[in-house]
Structure formats: structure tokens, C-alpha cells
Design a protein around this ligand. Structure first.
Ligand code: NAD
Ligand code: UDX
Length: 482
């Protein structure tokens, strides 16, 4: 049977865009069309190069290296379009890479994944297909979603067509999407154990095998593949909550969390990665996917399992609050009317994404304390910051936010006249700022709260800052006042 020649990706977001761009770059003989119902997003993917730099500066997703690949492939074998039906009709393999956000109302609100977008894409596929297709779940979905998709397809498609459903969850992390895609730890493909299912899985393997070693392409059953994605994110997030729980103990005892993390990570069974204490994890995936897992466990009659995973999220909420509380208590129990510079707003460095960013939570808590806040982030658009720190539905909240929260164009500008600097995202540029000049421009005592442990606390203390980091004991936080 014939290899894959035409790929359609439904959903031109953070996953669909970069993933299928890399496929197009690695497979010049495959035509890849990425479609979306959002015309603004597609227009941004098709935006022309900046006349000054010659680069694609206006793509809807910022990822190091992405713009160059889009520039090479776009118009050759990579296309961005709003013509969803046409692309489905022409494709022999379709990635479903739409959003699966946490439901905000109805049954399972606050926990369950909203499967509406996956189902409507599936219905569209059934409706417009006139040839057999391989359909690939790229979105993160609850376990057994493929069975629901199969029913929708079988009930609605034209007779005689065959639809093989595969699960191929995406493990890329934002900020490193291109390197993760070009050199993945593994590619996971789940299929039915039938000959047709396995043939479909082989065809998708052949696509990835153009640049991924075969031994890194792992094939499993459908349900294992779907569940592995939720499991991997839950375990990663659990590591962060675990180290953040240790950070609280460190601060109360004089232990240093970076030393504890290093000592634990030297054990091969634990490993050194993903043990950075922080103000808490953010991003569109961890919280959503754990809530999804909690809901799944509850639905399966496993309340103890649900409670176990829920605790990972509760610890994360506690980490953010604990940090904000520490800022207030250190600054003599009030930050009302005080100017606070918030450095970083994205949920991690090298992305402009702010979904579930802990910086936004911290900023909202500072707003409640009636501080004057100046935010600086190198990549997040200004309007996005206001969207994230205002309460939906509250009249005039944006006006109130604009009075209370200014946005600066550089870290230096944000810190001028401030009483405290709060580092909320680990952007590299914060390491090499002219901290002496910043200190000179601030009110005294000049506080610095490093929520990501990115700056060199010793050097900054020498300059005169009162430095507080996450997970280091009181005697090294401030030897004078401890
Ligand atoms: P996103 O919101 O950035 O993009 C989803 C896109 O799908 C949107 O542009 C939306 O307009 C489009 N869409 C929705 N319904 C559609 C339809 N019926 N037809 C055409 N387009 C439609 O979301 P994302 O961050 O790319 O995530 C997509 C999926 O991948 C989610 O399930 C997520 O959990 C998973 N995932 C995300 C990441 C990540 O780092 N963001 C990593 C791994 C997996
Ligand atoms: C995550 C998973 O890593 C990825 O495999 C999955 O496909 C999508 O979800 P992402 O959310 O993009 O990726 O970024 P990640 O690097 O995992 O960081 C998530 C959050 O955890 C960020 O806020 C980050 O700052 C924080 N983090 C990460 C820590 O606080 N400490 C760490 O040691 C690592």
C-alpha cells in the first residue's frame, strides 16, 4: 500500500504549527497543509518577512529556529490555510491537533477536558472524506478517546471508506520545540492490534523514520499511548511539586534546595533534570493534563488515585502563594503603593506564551495588595499581559489594571524607582543585566526576589540588594537580618 503523500494538520497552534513545519522540512516529498478555523492565526502564519530584517517576525508562535524553517518550506511543501474541508479531502493522513482545554462549565467543570474541538474535527473528517484516511490524535486526550472518534466516523462517513485511528501524542516543550521535534527522546505511536491498525502505524513510523532513529519510535496499543501522555506530564509536574515542597523545608531550616536537588539527582534512578525549584510550574499542559487525569480517575471509581494526583496541583498553588506571601512579609508586611518590578511574564523562558503563567498569578496577588507594578517581558505582547491580569467580566478592570500595572520596554526601565525586583521567568538576559546600575536606580532597601534562582545571589548581595531566592535558608538569604 502507498506511503503517506499528503498530510493535513487540523489546528495551527503551538503544537500543530511547529510539529507539521518540522515534518514538512524533513519530508520534502510530502505536502503538508496546516489548517485552522481562526483566520487571524492563519494570516499570521502566512505573514510576510519583516522588510528590515528579512525574517518572519510575525508568526503566531515564537520558538527559537521556527521562523527560519517556515521561511524555507512555506509555499514549497508547507501551506497554512483556512480551507479545512479542502485539506481534509485531499489528505491521506490527518493530524488532529486542536485544543483540549479544561472545561469551564457543565459536567466535570474545572477538571474534564473539553472534547468539543476534537469531536467537531472528527465530524468534519467524516463529512468531507471521499477516500480512506489515517487519523492521528496529536492533541492530548483522555484515555479511550480513539474509541469515541471511531464511533463518530463510522456513524457519519460514506460507506466503503476506511479510517484508521492512531494515537501519537506530542512531547515537545515550548521554548525548545524545534530541537525537541528534530531530536525527540521518543516518538510514541499507538494503534489497534489489527493488521490494518498496524499497517497505519507503520506508515506513520515511516514518516518519522526520515529523521528519527527507528529504535526511538515506540509502538504500543492505543490506550497505553493515550494514557502515557497524561502519565508523563503528571510525573514531570510531580517532580516540580516535590522539589518545591523541599524548597519550603529548605527555607525553614537553612538547607539549600539547589544542593538538595543536585544530591538527589546524582542517584541514577532519580536523575538530574527537571528538579529546579521555582515559584511553581505554569504552561498550558501540566495543570490541564493532571486535572484531566484526576477526572479520569474519579470517573473510573478510583478516588484515592484522583486525590494523589490532585495534590501535585495543590502543592503548585501553594508554591505560588507562598512566594507572593514572602514578598509581602519581607517588605514589612505591606506593598501597598510600593513600586514592584516584575521581570518576566511568560510561563518559562524562550516563549511568548503566558498560559497558566505563575507570573500572572503573582501579579494578580500583588494587585490585590494594591502595589504599583511594572512588568517587563522580552516576548509577551502588552495586550496579553492586561488580558491575563484582569478578571473576565469585571467592568472597567482593564482600566483599573492600566493604572496599577505599567509595562516597560526593558528590565532596566522596569526597575527604575522600584522598591523590589521580582524575577518570575528565567530569561537568560536577566543574568547579565547591569545590576549595579539597577541597584543605584532603586529605592532602598532594594529587595530582589528571585523566583527562578537565575541570578547570582552572592554578587547581588555585594552590590547591596536584599536577595531572597527560592529554597535557600534564612542565614544565607540575609546574613545581617536573619
Ligand atoms: P492551541 O490552542 O495553540 O491550538 C489549537 C488550534 O486548533 C487553535 O488555533 C484553534 O483555532 C484550532 N481549532 C480548534 N478547533 C478546530 C477545528 N474544528 N478546525 C480547525 N481548527 C480548529 O493549542 P496547542 O497548544 O497547540 O495544543 C493542542 C493540543 O496539543 C492540546 O490537546 C494540547 O494539550 C496538546 N499539547 C500541547 C503542548 C504545548 O506545549 N502547548 C504540548 C503537547 C501537547
Ligand atoms: C510540558 C512537557 O515538558 C512537555 O513534554 C509536554 O509536551 C507539554 O508540557 P511545557 O509546559 O512547554 O512542556 O514546558 P516545561 O519545560 O515542561 O515547563 C513547564 C513549567 O514547569 C514551566 O513553568 C517551567 O518553568 C516549570 N519548571 C520546569 C520548573 O519550575 N522546574 C523545572 O525543573 C522544570
Amino acid at each position: 500500500s502507498s506511503p503517506v503523500r499528503r498530510i493535513c494538520c487540523i489546528g495551527a497552534g503551538y503544537v500543530g504549527g511547529p510539529t507539521c513545519t518540522v515534518i514538512a522540512s524533513k519530508c520534502p516529498d510530502i505536502t503538508v497543509t496546516i489548517v485552522d478555523i481562526n483566520p487571524v492565526r492563519i494570516a499570521a502564519w502566512n505573514s510576510p518577512p519583516n522588510p528590515k530584517t528579512g525574517k518572519l517576525d510575525d508568526l503566531p508562535v515564537y520558538e527559537p529556529g521556527l521562523a527560519d524553517i517556515v521561511q524555507t518550506c512555506r509555499g514549497r511543501n508547507l501551506f497554512f490555510s483556512t480551507e479545512v474541508d479542502k485539506a481534509i479531502h485531499e489528505a491521506d493522513l490527518i493530524f488532529v491537533s486542536v485544543n483540549t482545554p479544561t472545561k469551564t462549565s457543565g459536567i466535570g467543570a474545572g477538571y474534564a477536558a473539553d472534547m468539543h474541538y476534537v469531536e467537531s474535527s472528527t465530524r468534519r473528517i467524516a463529512e468531507v472524506s471521499t477516500s480512506s484516511k489515517i487519523i492521528v490524535e496529536k492533541s492530548t486526550v483522555p484515555c479511550r478517546t480513539a474509541a469515541s472518534m471511531r464511533q463518530v466516523l463510522e456513524a457519519n462517513a460514506k460507506p466503503g471508506l476506511q479510517f484508521d485511528i492512531l494515537s501519537n501524542p506530542e512531547f515537545l516543550a515550548e521554548g525548545t520545540a524545534i530541537t525537541d521535534l528534530e531530536n525527540p527522546d521518543r516518538v510514541l505511536i499507538g494503534s489497534l492490534p489489527t493488521p490494518e491498525g498496524q499497517l497505519a502505524a507503520r506508515k506513520l513510523q515511516d514518516v518519522y523514520a526520515r529523521w528519527v532513529e527507528r529504535k526511538r519510535i515506540y509502538t504500543t496499543g492505543l490506550w497505553s499511548s493515550e494514557l502515557s501522555k497524561l502519565a508523563a506530564n503528571a510525573m514531570l509536574a510531580q517532580r516540580i511539586s516535590s522539589i518545591n515542597a523541599m524548597a519550603a523545608i529548605c527555607e525553614a531550616t537553612g538547607a539549600d534546595v539547589t544542593e538538595v536537588a543536585h544530591a538527589c539527582g546524582l542517584d541514577k534512578r532519580i536523575g538530574p533534570n527537571f528538579l529546579r525549584a521555582s515559584i511553581g510550574f505554569g504552561g498550558s499542559c501540566f495543570q490541564k493534563d493532571i486535572l484531566n487525569l484526576v477526572y479520569l480517575s474519579e470517573s473510573l471509581g478510583l478516588p484515592k488515585v484522583a486525590a494523589y494526583w490532585k495534590q501535585v496541583i495543590e502543592m503548585n498553588e501553594y508554591s505560588k502563594e507562598r512566594f507572593a506571601r514572602k514578598v509581602v512579609s519581607t517588605m514589612f508586611n505591606t506593598i501597598t503603593q510600593k513600586r514592584v518590578a516584575l521581570l518576566g511574564f511568560a510561563f518559562k523562558k524562550d516563549t511568548g506564551d503566558t498560559r497558566e503563567s505563575p507570573a500572572a498569578t503573582i501579579c494578580k496577588l500583588f494587585r490585590q495588595e494594591r502595589a504599583q507594578i511594572t512588568v517587563y517581558d522580552p516576548k509577551v505582547p502588552h495586550h496579553q499581559i492586561y488580558l491575563d491580569i484582569t478578571e473576565p467580566g469585571v467592568i472597567d478592570d482593564t482600566e483599573a489594571a492600566k493604572k496599577q500595572v505599567q509595562i516597560a520596554n526593558s528590565a532596566v526601565e522596569a526597575c527604575a524607582g522600584a522598591e523590589a525586583v521580582v524575577i518570575a521567568t528565567e530569561w537568560d538576559e536577566f543574568k547579565t543585566l547591569d545590576w549595579e546600575a539597577i541597584h543605584a536606580s532603586m529605592k532602598k532597601p532594594a529587595f530582589l526576589f528571585d523566583g527562578r534562582n537565575v541570578v547570582d545571589a552572592k554578587t547581588l548581595r555585594k552590590i547591596g540588594f536584599r536577595v531572597h531566592t527560592v529554597g535557600r535558608g534564612p542565614e544565607i538569604v540575609d546574613p545581617v537580618w536573619a
